[in-house]
Design a protein around this ligand. Structure first.
Ligand SMILES: Nc1ncnc2c1ncn2[C@@H]1O[C@H](COP(=O)(O)OP(=O)(O)O)[C@@H](O)[C@H]1O
Ligand SMILES: [Mg+2]
Length: 254
């Protein structure tokens, strides 16, 4: 049975889909069988990010409506056979896709993968809960921006009602030059504010496209960061070993 991760954030545009795609690739390149599930129903970003939009024949809603078998809807990657994608619907039929149906699909997929990553929609509405219900562990993606950190805090609080095995942070788009100038918080401080373990830090990068990972050519820092994130998750290593228990975020934001 697969280990099932939720990739969520609260705020949109912080890099959930990018993290999902790159992390999935990093695991798949390591030999693990990985299935990415696009849980952002109506926006189908994962297939676009992974450059396989043209390969989509059937999506998750076609499977539910009996128009396609689950394996017909799964997209396999020519360059990375261990990686598969279950695309979301292109039209917004979110209300028709009930949580138990979604969960049944994820459970079925979990028999054919080592890892499943569910790319959750932004916000903490129904779509977020539908994804969270199917996952065992959560990766909360945030950028160093205060608005993203606040929304991550709300997503974490919402997830605390679930019996997740773990909830951790990935700080995305970190600019070390701005940290050094004291203009933004460093990743450890962000994780401390959110009172969660820090699973990984992905730097701001103009080479964030997935092809650097597929081709394995560049020595880009973002690529290294994804492999480190994967290793941390596999080995259960947290970057901030000491997670502060005080509610600093609460004090900061009232
Ligand atoms: N580390 C990064 N450095 C630079 N750009 C990034 C990084 N991570 C994500 N992006 C860009 O940010 C935008 C939003 O990312 P996306 O993964 O779609 O966010 P979300 O799924 O949270 O809405 C995309 O244009 C993506 O290429
Ligand atoms: Mg997205």
């Amino acid at each position: 049975m697969a280990k099932i991760y939720l990739v969520a954030s609260g705020k949109g545009g912080v890099g959930k889909t990018t993290v999902c795609a790159n992390l999935g690739l990093a695991y798949a390149k390591d030999g693990y069988k990985v299935i990415l599930v696009d849980g952002d129903i109506g926006l189908n970003n994962l297939d676009v990010t992974l450059g396989v939009e043209d390969k989509v024949c059937y999506d998750i809603v076609d499977v539910l409506e009996g128009k396609a078998k689950l394996n017909q809807a799964l997209i396999t990657f020519d360059d990375c056979k261990n990686l598969k994608l279950l695309p979301s619907a292109k039209v917004n039929v979110s209300e028709r896709l009930k949580t138990p149906m979604f969960r049944r699909i994820v459970d079925e997929l979990s028999t054919q993968a080592d890892y499943i990553f569910i790319d959750a929609p932004a916000g903490i509405e129904y779509g977020f809960h539908r994804c969270a219900q199917s996952a065992q562990q959560a990766i909360i993606v945030t950028t160093p921006h205060i608005s993203a950190i606040k929304d991550a805090d709300r997503a974490i609080a919402t997830l605390s009602t679930y019996s997740m095995r773990g909830i951790g942070i990935v700080v995305n788009r970190l600019r070390q030059d701005l940290v050094d100038k004291g203009e933004i918080l460093d990743a450890e401080s962000i994780a401390d504010l959110l009172r969660c373990p820090l699973y990984g830090v992905i730097p701001e990068s103009d080479k964030i496209g997935i092809y650097s990972l597929i081709e394995g050519k560049t020595r880009d820092k973002a690529k290294q960061a994804y492999y480190e994130l994967k290793e941390n998750l596999i080995n259960g290593v947290m970057i901030n070993k000491r997670v502060k228990s005080k509610g600093i975020l609460g004090r900061l934001f009232g």
